[in-house]
Design a protein around this ligand. Structure first.
Ligand code: GUN
Length: 298
């Protein structure tokens, strides 16, 4: 068996950001304002700070406005809800993202429920979850939407393919299963209680691993020629003493001997998430301004 093709998410995300920038400039000319994304960060979690900084930089690089709101870790929930209400009412704000996780004294579901669903570019509000489940236009969580874009770019039509999604989170596994169903895949959602997981995975033409367990999916679980999408980002000790490295949920070395195509970690799914967030923000801006956009063109 030959080595799997590498699915280059970094390059795809760059292309997507390029298309977003083009359409963002057309939006500005037509609407007389830039599209805008508000990002709210509560507290000082270092990983969240890095994400928020990258989101802000990439938003501006695509020709959109970035509004960053940084609140102290001990901010009261009522103050956060008041900020979200203010952003809901602000016509310069097309998309609102409240960075998760929130400090433990806040109720995440309550905060998400306060975001106007038509500005919920994360696709986490139950209205958007319901829209996805029923096939109505809404917003789809960025990471699974990015995975489907990579799959369609690689495979063309996904119709009739057997897909196994490992993981059932609200952010990745569940919406991923909905999206693959909408693409006419036959979808199995596997998880930590699934019986004989390797055998289930071996049936799949498409494997999406989103469990958060370093290198759990082995090469001998993969059907020869299958397409493997690795959503995992796990930091583990490296061979060199005191150093760490990033690995996915898939054992890349063995899986790439069997798969037809596979996403690497890093450089696979990771870069897609922010690029899709920018895409969702641009879509929100057009919908909010009543300007028609061919959403399949970006
Ligand atoms: N924290 C980690 N990933 C995400 C994301 O996609 N959206 C939000 N709001 N918080 C996150």
């Amino acid at each position: 068996m030959s080595e799997a093709a590498i699915i280059d998410g970094k390059a795809f995300a760059e292309g997507l950001r390029g298309r977003v920038a083009e359409f963002a400039s057309q939006f500005e000319a037509r609407a007389g304002r830039k599209a805008g994304l508000a990002v709210v960060l509560v507290g000082e979690d270092p990983a969240s700070q890095v994400y928020v900084r990258n989101k802000g930089k990439q938003t501006v690089a695509c020709g959109m406005n970035s509004f960053e709101h940084k609140l102290a870790a001990d901010t009261g929930e009522a103050d956060l809800l008041a900020l979200v209400e203010k952003l809901n009412a602000d016509p310069a704000v097309d998309g609102i993202l409240v960075q998760l996780p929130l400090p433990s004294h806040m109720n995440e579901q309550k905060v998400i429920a306060t975001i106007n669903p038509d500005k919920d570019v994360d696709g986490f509000h139950v209205v958007n979850v319901g829209r996805l489940a029923t096939g109505l236009p809404g917003f789809v969580p960025c990471t699974p939407l990015g995975c489907v874009m990579l799959l369609k770019d690689r495979l063309g039509s996904l119709s009739g393919l057997d897909a196994v999604v490992i993981g059932r989170s609200n952010i990745v596994g569940k919406p991923m299963a909905q999206l693959l169903t909408a693409e006419s895949c036959t979808v199995t959602v596997a998880h930590s209680r699934t019986k004989d997981l390797p055998e289930v995975v071996r049936r799949a033409d498409i494997v999406v691993a989103a469990v958060g367990r370093p290198e759990m999916v082995k090469g001998d679980w993969i059907k020869p020629g299958a397409t493997v999408i690795d959503v995992g980002i796990n930091r583990v000790p490296a061979a060199e003493e005191g150093k760490t490295k990033l690995v996915g949920d898939v054992d890349f070395v063995s899986a790439s001997q069997v798969a037809g195509a596979i996403t690497p970690v890093p450089g696979g799914v990771g870069p897609m998430t922010i690029a899709v967030l920018l895409r969702n923000t641009l879509v929100a801006a057009h919908r909010n301004a009543g300007i028609v956009l061919d959403e399949n063109a970006i």
